[in-house]
Structure formats: C-alpha cells, structure tokens
Design a protein around this ligand. Sequence first.
Ligand SMILES: [Fe+2]
Length: 466
Amino acid sequence: MTNTTGFDPHFFPGVSSLNPDATIGSPSVKSPPLEALYPEINNYRIISAERYTSPSFMKREWQGVWSKSWTCAGRVSDLSVAGSWFKYDLGHESIIVARGPDNAIRAFYNSCQHRGRQLVTDDFGRAPSFVCRFHSWVYGLDGINRRVTDREYFKPEALCGDLNLRSVRCESWGGFVFINPDPDAEPLRDFLDAMPAMLEAYAIDDMHIVKDVVIAMDCNWKVAAEAFLEPYHVHITHPALLPAVDEVYNQYDFYRNGHARLITPLGVPSPRERDRDSINPGLAYMLREAGVDPESFTGNALDVRAAIAAAKRKTDNVFGLDYSAFSDAQLTDDWNPSIFPNMALNAFPEAVQVMRFLPHPTDPAKSYFHVWILVPTTKPGVRPPANFGVEPEVDVTGAVRPQRLYTQQDKAGVGEVLQQDIDNMAAVQRGLASAGMVNGLRLSEQEQRIQQFHAQIDRCLARANA
Ligand SMILES: [Fe+2]
C-alpha cells in the first residue's frame, strides 16, 4: 500500500492498537480485525444510497432490525418509585415502561385493548394505574386489566381472550432500560457482548441525567448515527479540534451483534497539525480543566496526556472522583462504544454523552436524534467538562431531573461540536436521494464501523426473511 499522506506507515485502521501491551481482560485490549467477525465485509466497501431513502428498505428495517433488536428505551432513574413510568416511541410504535408496586420494571405496548387509544401521551409520569382517557378502561402497573367500563354491555365474545396490555421484553444494564419486541431474542447481557465489561469502570448506573434533548432531523436515522462511527470527518467538520485531538491514529474494535468501539486520543495534536510540539490553546485548556496550570507546565505537547492522567490520579483531583478503576488512556481519550443498532456513547469518567438515533414513524428522510449527558457525583461546585455543552445555569448535582427539550436541527442546543455534525446531516440526506449517487457510497477503512453497521443490518434483514 502506498502511503500518500505522510502518516505512520505502520498504522492501519482496524488493525492497530493504541496499547499493544494491553493484557487480556484489560479494558483497552484490541479486538480481532473486522474480517474475523464479518467475512462478508468486502461487500460493504460500497453501499447503496437506497438504504437511506427507500420506503421499502425502511419497511424491511422495521421487520428485521427494530422488531428484533434490543434498543435503549430510557433510564432506570426515571423509574425511581413504584408507579413511575416513561413512554418510549420507536418508529410508529409506542411503549410504556413502568415500575410496579413489586418494584419490577415492565414494558407494554401503549394501546388500550378496547379501541387502541394510547394510554399515555406524555413522556414521563407517575400513577397508581393506567386509565384510558377514551372510555376509562383501567390497567395496573403490571399491565393487567383492572376494569372494563360497563362490562355488562359487552357480549362475552367481545371480551374473550386476553384483555391485558401486550407486554414487551424489558431488561436493564448500566442504568439503561432496553426493550425488545422479539420474545425469542437472546438475553440483553448476551446481546451486549463485550460492552458491559468494557464500560464497567464508568459506573454509568450511578450517573444522573443533566441534559436531555431530542432533535428533529431531516435525515435518515443511519445518516445521523454514522456521523459518530468514524473520525475521518473531524479535520474538515471540526477543524478547531485538531490541536488537541488525534483523529488519525485511532483504535477500532469490533464485536458480535454489530457492536463496535473507537478510541480517539485527546490531549495530543492531530498528525495533520504542523506544530505537534508547543502547548497550543486547546492543550492548555485541557490541562487547566484537569487542574494543571499550563503557564508553569514545562513539558511539550506530547507530554500533556501523561500530565492529565497524573493530575487525575491524585487523591485531591479537581473532580473529586476515584479514577483507580480506569486505565491512563481512559483519563484523557474519547472512548466511543456503539451499541447496535442505534446507540453510541462518548465515555469519559467525568461525563458520558449518550446518543440514540430513532427512526421516523413513516419517512425514511427524517429521524430523531436523542442526546443525554450523564454525570457522576463529583466534588460540590464542579461542572462537567465544557465540551459536553451543559449550560452554566443547569443543576448538575442530580437533585433536579432536567426537562426533556425538543429542538430543531439548526439550533439543536447540544454544544458546538455536535452542532457541526448535525449541520452536515440534512445535506447528506439530500445528496443521497439524488440520481448522482447511483454508484453508491464509498467507505474508507477509517469508516469500518459503518461497513460493519451495514453488514449487521443485512444480517438482521436476512434473518427476518429466513
Ligand atoms: Fe463529528
């Protein structure tokens, strides 16, 4: 292979590890190459634009992906007491997730068994039971029918069979509630493969929501999801990050069931930068945030990561966190695990950005992009790192659960970097719908996670057809 870029000729995306000495069981251990899990991956270097635009593909996705997959429905912390519930809208479906008096969390389709009216239309609530607002049928928090109003006016044949809410499988991990419409699906923990072990150190279960935003997007859900599966776009979409982000020498890892991980080193200038020596403003900012004074810092740019790790390892560190469960790389780098089909995390010990990409009920050219910022309990008065876009007036102690905000793609309110990603998306969708894309999309090896994503979607579609 000819190296035309001046990059390290020994590095190749998907093959190289940032930490070749990582021992088995270490959170930074490298997965085998993509070909080992997906021998068919050669078919995914060029993919068809129809996958993003065609209503028939959207229908097949419904049957093969959404109806058969575990997807994240919400946070366990939004079901803190018996009677609390939330609504999860997935495409044209709507699901209620509720905590019963027995403390169990259950999920049901949001349809009264009388005439189908949705039982809840708000996002969250708390109630002793679900009362249909159409004809006052009542269901318990366990989904069992408790009342058929004016039962005497129904003939027995109208009430034969099951009058309870139709249940949906529901399991939890990491403080996230997942649902799966497929009764035969493998248990959530098995489906998640390496992800729970990989993320264990972050103790996401104990984190609380400080930001909750749903953005209405003019693009297919995959266009939005894929923006966070590759680092290739960073140099042009987010040029301001280059002084403190190495978006080239990244580690790509692939797991069963379509899951993957990208590790992007932060606190080091991009190899695209001319000056990889001086402490530029981006690096100075990162040092300061970790409690290191950049003015008195004597190292050069390539010493910054170690200095940040050392500062965080001090018992009196700025955030008041215990970093002992984390590797040094986790103290600076962006760990970006993606959970198939539609969830991705930018995980840092001080905050985790959770992204979900939700299909539109009817239109393949629209979707919803959901962002949560989760934070651990830190020293009083400490704010999450500024790049998470949590406004200064927001309470971050966990005492107040922030409201869910609904925003538009031009003013998403999720910080500058995410806005730059979002600004590409509608234009990508428009371009994909053009006859100009008849030859398909071409995916580089920096976009291997997108190749895997589509290979997994096709496995799901094939399974549904089998
Ligand atoms: Fe981006």
